[in-house]
Design a protein around this ligand. Sequence first.
Ligand code: SAM
Ligand code: SF4
Length: 357
Amino acid sequence: MPLIDPFQRTIDYLRVSVTDRCNFRCVYCMPEEGSPVAPKEELLSADEFVRIVRIAVEAGIRKVRLTGGEPLVRKDLVQIVRGIASLPGITDLSLTTNGYLLTEQAPALAAAGLTRINVSVDTLRPDRFKAIARRGEMASVMEGIEAARAAGIGPIKINCVAMKGVNDDEAADFAAWTFREEVHVRFIEIMPIKWNLDETTGFDPFSAHGGNGLIQLKQTSGSMLSDNEMRRMFISAADLKAIIEAAHSPLLPAEIATNGPARTYRLAGAKGTIGFISQISSDLCENCNRIRLTSDGFLRPCLMSDGELDIRTALRSGASDEDLAGLIHHVVDHKPERHYLAEGQKVTGRGMSQIGG
Ligand code: SAM
Ligand code: SF4
């Protein structure tokens, strides 16, 4: 029996945040000092994740993506992957990572059953990488992508959060990458998660402009981008598409296996594709097929609405599989029709790294 929500959408995709910890501090995701994290004992164990996913799959979930925080910082990630990959009924298991620890882990993840991967790369320039991620090294991420490819994980998708004045001048470079290699670049519109955070940090990336007129992100900021900063950095998928077409050639509609809402194109002669996830500028809610499980055991019906249901307490109080399946159905039954950002709704409860982006 498929899982159907009140708006007749089939819910067959579960995004699982395996940790709220991260070794990066991307300016649009968390403060320099890190987001508050749940006590270790509140994070679900590998066995708990696998049990919930098994019950979800029995209820109708078919595709699972592991995310975080940074999933590769979890020591038992391979165990989680192996447990989920071996569940009958799973048709797709993928992972979203910042790629920093991928070189050492790709072979074991592939052996455990991971077939697809998304690596987040917001810039192809090492100096900007430092300003955006505020930790790690770009070279390690690039090596990680090659290691994943060598381990047989594919297709490899690249998640790039587009920011006006920060990396929009690299849109054509990202597009050029698809000529050289079979990478599938997906530009993501910057999202208003925690947009109402601290407006008084004094962090103003617009205060200094480089010779090319671009915004210089300060590396020493103590916080993350604020509401206004993110709003000013917003660039729509349509504008990015126009930049790429002006630099290259018309983007041709393309097909690639995806669970997601990306609209996908290819430049003539390119090995890879270019996608746009325009959850802000266009209404993707109509075709939403997903629910989320946070690392501390809460089920969320919508990324951009604060509602969530505690499943950990039931899980740790002897709930039966039927009880837990009932909670999954309850969340699907309460999936909102859409987000209400345009009406002023704000996502304030958790940050992106805590929900699992
Ligand atoms: N740490 C992993 C990574 O960065 O790929 C997985 C978790 S991260 C929260 C998942 C995705 O969410 C990344 O591609 C990241 O760029 C994206 N993301 C985080 N905050 C965002 C925001 N405010 N708007 C749009 N995308 C965001
Ligand atoms: Fe970490 Fe991913 Fe958030 Fe960057 S986007 S801080 S890598 S969780």
